[in-house]
Design a protein around this ligand. Structure first.
Ligand code: NDP
Length: 308
């Protein structure tokens, strides 16, 4: 059975950065990219806030660059998804794609987070038939149509702005009377003529005709229930961490984010480190994920040197 010194799970900014640092430290890391090589960033278009790119940078270009940089230093980057984990003793055992087992002296979990859904039956029914959590992936289908975006954070604002360039009308369904988003995003949304914000509204039901989404039933805080006609329904209500496989072995918080020791990437289990969105419910930026990937590689290196 294959055994490695450092196994990294996750192909986002955290995983790739961990691979850059771990390969430069001669840990010969193996990285499995998971379901979404490039990570969540690949579902966006231009990244405007990654330092060093004054004019912004295409998200895929940025991720390709990180990946290539890791490969150049000798990281072994592979396609595959971790499907089971046994962290009961060292070396840790991880199953990839249901069958291929790999052992590791140290494990860096950088599995990120995935979009949250409201949990409505009707939302599930029309998934991929008008319901989506990725405006940049699916927005194209709604050119000159009407769509709704749920949520009042930066994700929802970003989705609404993107969609407003394609669709003729965008509703934002916000459950309070304020946005959670940053001021700059709020201002952009409120300035955009074809975005209408429906404040104090919750989604009761996604409406459809059996073939696709036709509308949304909303319940306003004052008790008024009403329908809006839309062709697409986009989720922008945050993300859940990809920690399920590891939760039996590691301390996680109530939302499932992996708990780390102070500022470090050390989890509750010696030899296992967490980086990026799987441990971060506050900052969730490409730059913070990359930085924590660096920390995880350095923590893994120190762990191996100390021979704990
Ligand atoms: P947030 O947690 O910041 O916002 C989630 C939004 O969805 C809130 O408005 C919340 O409402 C609402 N919401 C949550 N659950 C429900 C529900 N069940 N029904 C209706 N509404 C719901 O998540 P984001 O994904 O927007 O942002 C996460 C982090 O990522 C933030 O730090 C953000 O700044 C960052 N980010 C930055 C971007 C950028 O800089 N370009 C782009 C995207 C994200 P309420 O406010 O009432 O809780």
């Amino acid at each position: 059975m294959e055994k490695v010194r450092c196994l990294i799970l996750g192909g986002g900014p955290a995983g790739y950065t961990a691979a850059i640092y771990a390969s430069r430290a001669n840990l010969a890391p193996v990285l499995y990219e998971g379901l979404q090589p490039g990570g969540q960033l690949t579902t966006t278009t231009v990244v405007e806030n990654f330092p060093g790119f004054p004019g912004g940078v295409d998200a895929n270009t940025l991720m390709q660059g990180m990946r290539e940089q890791a490969v150049n230093f000798g990281a072994d980057i592979r396609t595959g998804v971790a499907t089971a984990a046994d962290l009961g003793k060292r070396p840790f055992r991880i199953t990839i794609d249901g069958s291929n087992e790999i052992q590791a002296d140290t494990l860096i979990i950088a599995t990120g987070a995935a979009a949250k859904y409201l949990g409505l039956e009707s939302e599930k029914k029309y998934m991929g038939m008008g319901v989506s959590a990725c405006a940049t992936c699916d927005g194209f289908f709604y050119r000159k149509k009407t769509v709704a975006v749920v949520g009042g954070g930066d994700t929802a604002c970003e989705e609404a702005l993107y969609l407003s360039g394609l669709a003729s009308k965008v509703y934002m369904i916000v459950r309070r009377d304020v946005f959670r988003a940053s001021k700059i995003m709020q201002e952009r949304v409120l300035k955009r003529e074809n975005i209408e914000v429906l404040w104090n509204c919750n989604t009761k039901e996604v409406l459809g005709d059996g073939f696709g989404v036709t509308g949304v039933r909303l319940l306003r805080k004052d008790g008024k229930e009403f329908d809006i006609a839309v062709d697409g329904f986009f989720l922008g209500i945050g993300h859940a961490p990809g920690s399920e496989l590891f939760a039996p072995w590691l301390e996680t918080d109530e939302a499932g984010f992996i708990v780390t020791d102070g500022f470090s990437s050390r989890t509750s289990l010696p030899g296992v480190f967490a980086a990026g969105d799987v441990r971060d419910k506050t900052y969730k930026q490409a730059i913070t994920a990359a930085a924590s990937g660096c920390m995880a590689a350095k923590d893994a290196e120190n762990f191996l040197i100390s021979g704990e």
